[in-house]
Structures are given as C-alpha cells and as structure tokens.
Design a protein around this ligand. Sequence first.
Ligand code: NAP
Length: 309
Amino acid sequence: MEDVIILGTGCAGFTAGIYTARANLRPLILEGKQPGGQLTTTSEVENFPGFPEGIDGFMLMDHLRKQALKFGARVENAYIDRVELGDSVKTLFAGERAFESKTVIIATGAAPRLLGIPGEKEMFGGKGVTTCATCDGAFYRDMDVVVVGGGDSACEEALFLTRFCSKVTLVHRRDELRASKIMAERTLAHEKITPLWNSAVQEVLPDDEGKARAISVENLLSGEKSEIPCKGIFIAIGHVPNTSAFEGLIPLDENGYFLPEPGSMVKTAVPGVFVAGDCADHVYRQAITAAGMGCQSAIEAERWLAENK
Ligand code: NAP
C-alpha cells in the first residue's frame, strides 16, 4: 500500500509531489487525461513568481515534473473513475486497475466549460470549435476567428490568435470585460481584435463539409440576430471542476467544487483525503495558488500519516 497517492499533474499535483517526495513518502502521482494540467494549454505565464521574463506554460510544468521526480516521486498514467474511501485504506480504480493508499491528495483540476449550443459538439475538435488557442491557433492562419468570453482566458486566447489570424472577434455577454485590467487593456487596444458586446452565441453553423463557417449571435439588449462568418470558434468561458468521481463521498458545493473542512483550505471530511488546486478553488484559480494548496495538502498528509501510524 502507498503512503500517498496524488491525483493530477498540474501545479497543485506536482507541488504536492515535490513536498511529499522531500518528506521521503515516495508519492505515486497519477496522471489523468491532461498531463501537466491547464498550464500546458497556456502560452506565456507572466505572473508565476520567480520568472521576471515570463515562462512558457509547458516548460513550467516540465520543470515541476522534473523537480518532483528528482526527489523520488513516481508518475503513472491512470484516469481514476471510481474510489472507495475507507478511514485507513483508500482504493482508487482506473478501469480494472486498483491502487491502494493511506492518504490521497486530489488535485484533479478543472475542465473547460462549453456553451451547450447547437453545432458546438458536432464541430468540436478538428471542425472549428475548440477551447485551446495554443493547441489549435496555427490551424487558422489568415482566417477570421471568434473568441467567446470576457475573462483573462478569453483575452489571452484572443491575443494569442492575433499572431496567426486576420481578425479576432471577441464575443462577450456583457459590455465590460471580467479580465484583469492589464489584460483587458492590452486586448481592447489590439488592432486585430474587435469586441462584440452584449452578445450571446446561439449556434455554430456548418459548411457543406460539416466544418464551421459562421456563428449566429443574438444581441442581448435589442434581441437582434446576426451571423458572423468565421472558421474557428474559441470558447473561453471558464471551467468546471473535475470532481465527479467523488460525488456522494466528499462534500461538494453547488457548482461541484470540493468543500474543505471549516478552518482549512485542503482538509476534507474524509480522514486522510486532501484537496488542492482548481478542483477545490473557484475564487483564486491561479497557478501559484494551486501550487500553494499543493504544498499545504502535502504537509497535511505528512502530519496525518505521522499521527495515524
Ligand atoms: P472567468 O474569469 O470565470 O471568466 C469566464 C468568462 O466567461 C466571463 O467573462 C463570463 O461572463 C463568461 N461566461 C461564463 N459562462 C458563460 C456562458 N455560458 N456564456 C457566455 N459567456 C460566459 O474564467 P477564465 O477567464 O477562464 O479565468 C479563470 C481564472 O484564471 C481567473 O481567476 C483568471 O484571472 C485566471 N487566469 C489568469 C490568466 C493570467 O493571468 N495570465 C490567464 C487565464 C486565466 P461574465 O463576465 O458575464 O461572468
């Protein structure tokens, strides 16, 4: 049986890995569907302390991985879909495989939210609808694209896309961006980016080959409908936490985020089970705060093991 299993290889998971490995607990880190977590889909990370020139998101995660491995953490690929959380033994199932551990640190992150409109699912992936400009932006060279959302992610996606695309329309449901001031100013000042305020995307419209050719949009103030021709639709409207495997076992809030015990950010109601990062934080959701929670959860796991020998 393992002392510590960590679920997730984002900032929270790897930081928990570094701390528990340095505590000689030889953590087993299980990597799910998105190795490296959300930062691997980000271009430049400018606000992680210690990198005055910024750092590529993928590279930052590679550094964290190497740092955890260097101290004895092990990484395996396994997507956990079912768990049994006993007081002394926690069993995690990935299909037919089972892993047993005394403590578990859940750092499963969050996945991009979708609009739930007609055409979105049908054209998701290679047919025009995507949630990752870093991954897919280059496919839309010299084309007109749309970004949906008004937060930092939407601004970041829009700015990144200006490197390739001829025109970026930023469709937002209000008339003011939610993004941080610096990102909002940079976005609105860019000559290739045009905001479309108070607007909701109604449908993604296909061409003869089933690929996106346009979106239909409704102006939420006037009710007027229009079509915007575009080959790429980048959806950046926030995230949903990856917590479904724990429903009914660990308290969740109404949006599905883990609800830690009062007085702690990382302890759950289940003894020996800790949470860290975006699966448990709908307020800050930063790489550095996820890393901080990873550190806290590692220290709590270490203490729990010492007290429950
Ligand atoms: P977010 O801040 O929650 O913004 C989501 C945006 O999507 C909001 O503008 C929201 O509109 C809009 N939205 C939500 N549901 C929608 C729907 N069904 N239809 C249309 N629009 C919808 O999410 P985020 O931009 O992904 O950022 C998450 C966190 O990560 C934030 O704390 C952010 O600061 C951080 N982040 C930081 C950076 C950076 O610093 N480089 C980069 C990316 C993200 P309303 O504004 O009307 O609610």
